[in-house]
Design a protein. Sequence first.
Lengths: 476, 481
Amino acid sequence: MLPYSDQKEKLNKIKSGKLSLKENIESFLQRIEENKKLNAFNFVLDNEAKADAERIEQKIKAGKAGRLAGMVIAVKDVLSIKDKPTTCSSDILRSFTSVYTATAVQKLIDEDAIIIGKTNCDEFAMGSSNENSAFGPVLNPIDNERVPGGSSGGSAAAVAAKLCDAALGSDTGGSIRQPASFCGVYGLKPTYGRISRYGLTAFASSFDTVGAFANNVYDLSILTEVMSGKDEKDSTSSDNKIPEITNNLTADDRKFRIGIAKEYFGKGLSSEIREENKKLIKKLADSGFEIIDITLPHSEYTIAAYYILTTAEASSNLARYDGVKYGHRTKEKAPLTEMYKASRSEGFGSEVKRRIMLGTYVLSHGYYDAYYIKAQKVRRLIKNDFDEAFNKVDIILTPTTPTTAFKLGEKSSDPLEMYLNDIFTTSANLAGIPGISIPIGKDSNGLPIGTQLLAKQFDELSLLQLSYFIEQKIFT
Amino acid sequence: MNEKYEAVIGLEVHAQLLTESKAFCSCSTKFGNVPNSNVCPVCLGHPGVLPVLNKKVVEFITLMGLATNCTINERSVFARKNYFYPDLPKGYQISQYELPVCEHGFVTVTSKDRDKKKVGITRIHMEEDAGKSIHDQAFETLVDVNRCGVPLIEIVSEPDIRSAEEAVQYLTKLRQIVQYLEICDGNMEEGSLRCDANISVRKKGQKEFGTKTEIKNMNSFRNLEKAINFEIERQIEIIEDGGKIIQQTLLWNPDKNEAVPMRSKEEAHDYRYFPEPDLLPVIITESWKKEIAAKLPELPEVRRERFVRDFNLPVYDAEILTLNKGIADYYEDIVKVTKDFKSASNWVMGDVLKIINEEKIDIKDFPIKAENLGELINLINEGTISGKIAKDIFPIMLKEQKSPLEIVKEKNLVQISSSSEIENVIVKILEDHSSEVNTYFEGKEKVFGFFVGQVMKATNGKANPKIVNDILKAKLEKLRN
Ligand SMILES: [Zn+2]
């Protein structure tokens, strides 16, 4: 559909004059217009993108362009871009404009990527279907009656529908991997601390990560490589050495030990997803990879621990939206506490309110030990499970989601059922390890099925190498 | 206080740290700038911002911990204290809760009767200040965020204090230490040093503590003393009347000299503390601690002893001079110029401190340079001027910032020590006042003073008083014969 397979080819084609970046941008903008019903974008930066294209095309011709030159990227509307709106798909920030640029976005801009717009998402990244947005739901490009997944639904849909080359998302409990799986694209959640969070609107600070969506492993690799690294503005970012990924995308000489955890293939998993994943495992075994059965015994507590800890952090992170300094303030001129209540009641959607209340409760005097402290202990146990597993294997393979994309409205009345959609993805955020979702097939409805690969902290290289092998050698 | 009772008091003291930049962003901490000008996305709590710890804050709190005999925890953790207020942009204050930097310390306070007593320090932790709400009629409430994120340390004492006087001594001691460490200016009126008190009373000999109340808003030593005494009396009265103390927070009203309970709604805070996920634990390694310890200045007690030893001063003088680091520095600068240590002490404790206290100024802003005051003392001791003239020169030095010698020359105030010159004046005066001379011979010796006065008047006070005395006596004796 696109006249190039990845960024490497795109850059070469522009250099050699076979591809006009200007026309490339025009065609993306046209596709965005044609696919407006998907509701993938909150804002399209058309004029800026056109101007960037002209400038960067010159740079490419002059041989002075960065590694991402001409790559057209959509950014989830929870990441700040200077002088552009950052709404988090919330009424409370509908009128908010950022005064600085997120580090991850700045790194893309520094390598001459073109930011084409900001994508729709679940409000404050809370949700698994992209139905919790003040701008309305995003439709799955494969089946418009279905959700694209969430919370980074707009980014996943935009990449799947080829409205851009790649997109940034954020992943707190699966918000990149789950929509990547639902939309049939590649999505990587890096190790916690690998990519700076500075400029990412906080949902749950000790879980939040910035990552990317792409249509191929090479693009995902180069984006991850560029965005990684220590940032003085983010104390929790790591100075762990950034591996050379794009130069090492050949998995032939690395025979990974691949772990299969029975806890991730139990009941609740759709049989078609199970089958497709089993087929992949078989093919990997046939290709000479060692398949090892492992156990992650505390898996059943992941959702509970996850929702206690993330809502606790969220209740505090979202306290700043109070109608005092910026964002929505109620029209009611009332005493201070009433102003707070009215502004927040009007500004936040119901899922955000639910999580703020839950988080406030678990941190309250008398409940803190029973919930927060206990959940922290569970988090430690889950991390230990993974540490132990990674003594035996290099990569753990699981399905990304228990089901394929569900219908709009299907689960919105039952939050608990909605939360269970993240059952395979939240553990990586609890443990701080990297995870990727790769498309491996389709179900009988033609809906994409994904596989999730998990590796130990800071081993994005192994994840991307195995993904590359699967992309190049198994699904050719 | 009723003799049957004793008070149990603990203080929570907040000291604003003198760092150049705020605790978690690079904004200036400068006081008095245009409202909302020392701000950035971080201290304004914009979406997506993250705090980055200013290392100076850790250094300063470690200095304080070392100076107050605390254990310095190798690992401490920031926590969020959650509450809504317009001058708190993030909706939470970054503080420390379960794991502070310093614990288990003490300071020694000295009472008026020179008794020494240890007051335990439970903990010292770091936190950030909130902004200021200004309640203005025309605009209802205005918020100034400049102070948001300015680093504070909170020093929590053990309930070891037994009277308002002791509380004042303890706070004085803390102020002295932070000033010596140069980590806080110690100004209570401007709020860089703030104090809350937990107070309960119990019958003497009773082991259990009584129910305590907390008093806030005492912005001077005077108010601290008054508020504590007020609360002790109030509690004793209630108990004596058979009542029970209610645990509550009271606000001191300095205009009415009374403490009023806060509305229960205001104090019913559940701060929902939890570890701050945006900041890593603070690790103070043994080597960093040593590096910081090497920067510890001479502390007040050591300096006081040195003053007694090196300058041969009475303990009382040394104590007063070392109370404030700036004063002590000033004194040491004087005695670099003059070797008359005791005179230097008298000048500082008398004339200098009088003006500092009257004008409520810092010694740094005192107009007379230490070296000039030293020179003034030397001029007296060399006999160039009399002590009386020196007292006249002092106010001129305050105004004109000239060296005393310049002033002496300019105003022609050099002491007349020439015997012949003085003798001429005396002869003339005795001639002019023959009746008074007779009165003197009749036995009214106090007329002698009159003659001295006349001599001084004739010489504009410049005559060397000792020489005047000697010659006057000799002349009168001569006349008598
Ligand atoms: Zn700032």
